[in-house]
Design a protein. Structure first.
Length: 101
C-alpha cells in the first residue's frame, strides 16, 4: 500500500465518528512515545545503550517505546529515561481541544 493509499484510507476512516474518537484518544500516547524515541536517537543511543544506563533490560526499553504496548509508564520511569538521555521531564496541562463526552 503506497503512502497516498494510506492517506486516503485514513481520511475516509476518520469520517466515522467512532474511529475518529478512538484515534483522538491515542494522540497523547503516540506523541509521548514518538518523543521518547526521538530523544533517544538524538542522544545517539540504541535501546541496548539506554537499557545499560538505566540498569534494565532492552526489552523494557522496547516495551516502553512500543506503540502496541498499552500500559502507561510511571512518571518516575519517564523521569529516569529523560535523565539518562541528558534531558529534563516536563509535564504540562493545557486546555483541551475538545470536551470529553
Amino acid at each position: 500500500m503506497s503512502s497516498l493509499d494510506f492517506k486516503s484510507f485514513k481520511k475516509e476512516a476518520l469520517q466515522n465518528a467512532d474511529v475518529k474518537k478512538e484515534y483522538d484518544s491515542l494522540e497523547v500516547e503516540y506523541a509521548i512515545k514518538t518523543e521518547l524515541i526521538r530523544a533517544r536517537k538524538e542522544a545517539g543511543l540504541t535501546q541496548e545503550d539506554l537499557a545499560r544506563a538505566l540498569h534494565t533490560q532492552k526489552s523494557n526499553i522496547s516495551r516502553l517505546e512500543s506503540f502496541n504496548y498499552k500500559s502507561s509508564p510511571k512518571l518516575s520511569t519517564l523521569y529516569e529515561y529523560a535523565k539518562a538521555l541528558g534531558y529534563e521531564l516536563e509535564v504540562q496541562l493545557k486546555p483541551a481541544k475538545y470536551t470529553a463526552s
